[in-house]
Ligand binder design. Structure first.
Ligand code: F6R
Length: 608
């Protein structure tokens, strides 16, 4: 969580830092700050509660031309959002920004208090700052002081550190929280995420776990935690500005919903051959013989990524009869004494590739010798680097906190993997044909659903935005769609929204139904249609206000009916889900909420 930037060169650092923080704001935005040093080491430290815009306003009133500095946008872990808890933190001659959590900060704090440090904030970061300062004595370099401090720290960190009496360097270090160094002409950039580097540097070094970088203007030296030098691998950053802008949409969320036909096409590109009814995946790194051996698939993720796994599991289990699939919530699985049968493969699903719980499951699964494949969007992210292979979803930067385009492509990518396994097991192409053809047809299907329903959904949002409670229900593949629809609505509208399997209603949730609730019922025109209609009638009978979303042409007894007109049969849940996404967007808009940066949330959850 949180975002880090750093700059050292000859330009005015403040503008570069604030600009970078704006791009990183999706990682956290409850407070922000920058610190710069003048040529003679005088610090200018600006911190503000709230969004980066507040910090930018403060900066215009306190402009300095310093050419070295660090910055941070925060999502609170230790200590409430406030100016005193905002980064950068200063102790003695050290100023520091930090992503992650220092777990032994209480013990360290007590030790440092005995040495005379007086702490002003509630953060673990201020303790780390003081710790570095305590080692930064006469004849000890900044690099050595940082290395000494990191030896006694337990926890996760990405840090950037300034020493006031050495304004010609920044030290950065990574353990459990990503950092990238951008190499410019006689200038060096630091960022926790590539989006802050776009337009500044296209040659980058991804710091690896346990690496420390000594950055000066135009030069970077890398070390391990024992101070042994490491030769850096310089890579070219492949991203462009266009990709992180709104393209004329009012919000990133709406842009990302509309982008799905295109982003899904990138997920499928070169992987689906409809003429030959074959699917191929380049990065799985498994032979056909190894794919044939698979008997169990474990899908692990959090939130929307977990629901993507749940939905895809309904598809994959259709392909072969000799595979069992379990879908696990990463924050639960990591602490269970779970057993993994032989011949298992784990799919680690994560848009950001940085989610702490998902990353921890990856380590646990690897420790048990399970082959792990990533279903990841962020290229070069921690999960992408640590898996044995995988399928990138290739949806480009997802800026809005609520995940939309990643979900659709995660489902598609997991389904592609299931098809590849089935092919290797000798399942005939005709048996898989329906899924392969529908994958190919899905982008156009999404396009036409958006076109057909958006206006109606926008109107409906006006009515239902006034409610405070909602139930989302669905059967079979519509159940994960109901879970995802409820999650989307609650996270951006703050309406209490619960997703349930429609058949479970009578086992408890139906007690909630009264005039103050509305229900969104996802009703597929399939063998469960009549049962779904019965559930809907049960709700109607108790005074519920039902919005039915359906691909059926039949009359449906509901307060409102949103119809999806599509020829698809098996992948329709992904079309229904588009309705859920648009509904959440327009309800949130109607309620005047901050659609892209909902309260209490951050895009990348890199803490437990
Ligand atoms: C919901 C949402 C979250 C994420 C979850 C996992 O809209 O965005 O539930 O899906 O935090 O994030 P990743 O996919 O980055 O691991």
């Amino acid at each position: 969580m949180c975002g880090i930037v750093g700059y050292i060169g000859s330009k005015a650092a403040q503008n570069i830092l604030v600009g970078g923080l704006k791009r990183l704001e999706y990682r956290g935005y409850d407070s922000a700050g920058i610190a710069t040093l003048s040529k003679d080491g005088a610090p200018t430290i600006l911190r503000e509660k709230g969004k980066v815009a507040e910090l930018a306003a403060l900066q215009t009133k306190n402009e300095v031309k310093d050419a070295v500095g660090i910055g941070h946008t925060r999502w609170a872990t230790h200590g409430a959002p406030s100016v005193k808890n905002a980064h950068p933190h200063t102790a003695g001659r050290i100023t520091l920004v930090h992503n992650g959590i220092i777990e032994n900060f209480q013990d360290l704090k007590e030790l440092l208090e005995k040495k005379g440090y007086d702490f002003k904030s509630d953060t673990d970061t201020e303790v780390l700052t003081a710790l570095v300062d305590s080692f930064y004595q006469k004849d000890v370099s900044l690099l050595d002081a940082v290395l000494d401090a990191l030896k006694v720290v337990v926890g996760a960190y990405g840090i950037a550190v300034l020493a006031h009496d050495q304004p010609d360097k920044i030290v950065a270090a990574r353990s459990g929280s990503p950092l990238i160094i951008g190499l410019g002409d006689d200038e060096t950039f630091i960022a926790s995420d590539a989006s802050a580097l776009i337009g500044h540097a296209d040659q980058v070094i991804y710091l690896k776990e346990g690496e420390v970088a000594l950055c000066t203007a135009g030069d970077v030296q890398l070390y391990d935690l024992k101070a042994d030098p490491i030769s850096p691998a310089v890579e070219t950053l492949e991203a462009d500005m266009q990709a992180i802008q709104k393209d004329g949409f009012d919000h990133f969320l709406l842009k990302e919903i509309h982008e799905q036909p295109e982003t899904l096409r990138s997920t499928l590109a070169g992987r689906v051959d409809v003429d030959r009814l074959r699917v191929q995946l380049g990065g799985v790194n498994m032979t056909d013989a190894e794919l044939r051996e698979i008997r169990n698939i474990i899908i692990v993720g959090c939130g929307t990524a977990n629901y993507a796994g749940q939905l895809a599991s309904y598809f994959i289990e259709q392909f072969t009869s000799d595979i069992s699939i379990r879908v696990e919530i990463a924050s639960e699985l990591r602490y269970r004494s779970f057993h993994v049968p032989d011949n298992s493969v784990a799919l680690i699903v994560s848009q950001s590739g940085e989610t702490a719980d998902t990353l921890a499951c990856l380590s646990e699964l690897k420790r048990r010798g399970v082959r792990c494949l990533g279903i990841v969007n962020a290229v070069g992210s921690s999960i992408a680097r640590e898996v044995d292979g995988g399928v990138y979803v290739h949806v480009g930067p997802e800026i809005s906190v609520a995940s939309t385009k990643a979900f659709t492509s995660q489902v598609a990518a997991i389904t592609l993997f299931g098809l590849v396994v089935a092919q290797a097991k000798g399942v005939g192409s005709q048996e898989l044909a329906e899924y392969i053809r529908e994958l190919e047809a899905l982008p156009a299907g999404i396009e036409s659903v958006i076109e057909r329903v958006e206006k109606q959904v926008k109107e409906l949002a006006k009515t239902y935005a006034t409610y405070e409670h909602a139930l989302f229900i669905g059967r079979d593949t519509m159940y994960p769609v109901a879970l995802e629809g409820a999650l989307k609505l609650k996270e951006i509208s703050y309406i209490q929204a619960e997703g349930h399997a429609a058949g479970e209603l009578k086992h408890g949730p139906i007690a909630l139904v009264d005039d103050s609730f509305f229900e969104v019922a996802f009703i597929a025109d399939n063998w469960l249609y009549e049962k779904s209609i019965s559930n809907l009638i049960e709700v109607n009978a108790r005074g519920g206000h039902v919005i039915a979303v359906t691909d059926s042409k039949k009359d449906i007894p509901a307060e409102a009916v949103v119809r999806i007109d599509s020829d698809l049969k098996v992948l329709t849940p992904l079309l229904f889900n588009i309705v859920g996404q648009l509904f959440a967007y327009y309800v949130s808009l109607e309620r005047g909420n901050d659609v892209d940066q909902p309260r209490n949330l951050a895009k990348s959850v890199t803490v437990e």
